[in-house]
Design a protein around this ligand. Structure first.
Ligand code: GDP
Length: 140
C-alpha cells in the first residue's frame, strides 16, 4: 500500500478541553504523521461549504454552529493507507458505537461533539486538503 494523505480536523470540543496533544499522540501511535497543521476559527461560510454534502440533513445548522463555536486544528496526516487508518483510529461517528482505544471512544462528548473529522475516501481527502492548504504548506 502506497503512502497516502488524508485531511483531519480536531474539533472545538477538543480544543476547548486542551486535548489536541492527546489526539495527535493517537494519530502518531497509529503510524500517521502530521505533515501540515494550522489552528483556525472557521467562518460560517467555510463550515457551510465544507459540510455542504450534509446541507439537507436535520442537524446541518447545529453542526455549522458547533464547528464555528471555537478554534479547530486543521491537519494533513500522511502514512500507509492513511484514509482508512485514520478512520480506524477515529472510531464510529457516535461515540456510543466507537471501539475501545479509538479517539471518539476516549474523548468524544456526543455524536455531534465527536472531537475529530477525517476524510472518508482518497478523492474527498484531496478536495478537503486543497480547501484548507496550499501545496507548499504540506511538508512530508
Ligand atoms: P463522520 O464522517 O464520522 O464525521 O460522520 P458524518 O460525515 O456522517 O457526519 C459529519 C459530522 O456531523 C459528524 O462527525 C458529527 O459531528 C455530525 N453528526 C453526524 N450525525 C449527527 C447527528 O445525528 N446529530 C448531530 N447533531 N450531529 C451529527
Amino acid at each position: 500500500m502506497a503512502i497516502e494523505r488524508t485531511f483531519s480536523i480536531i474539533k472545538p470540543d477538543a480544543t476547548r478541553r486542551n486535548i489536541t496533544g492527546k489526539i495527535i499522540t493517537k494519530f502518531e501511535e497509529a503510524g500517521l504523521r502530521v505533515v501540515a497543521q494550522r489552528r483556525i476559527k472557521m467562518t460560517t461560510e467555510q463550515a457551510e461549504s465544507f459540510y455542504g454534502v450534509h446541507r439537507e440533513r436535520p442537524f446541518f445548522n447545529d453542526l455549522v454552529a458547533f464547528m464555528t463555536s471555537g478554534p479547530v486544528v486543521v491537519q494533513v496526516l500522511e502514512g500507509e493507507n492513511a484514509v482508512a487508518r485514520n478512520r480506524e483510529v477515529m472510531g464510529a461517528t457516535n461515540p456510543a458505537d466507537a471501539a475501545d482505544g479509538t479517539i471518539r471512544k476516549e474523548f468524544a462528548e456526543s455524536i455531534e461533539a465527536n472531537s475529530v473529522h477525517g476524510s472518508d475516501a482518497p478523492e474527498t481527502a484531496a478536495e478537503e486538503i486543497a480547501f484548507f492548504f496550499k501545496d507548499e504548506e504540506v511538508v512530508g
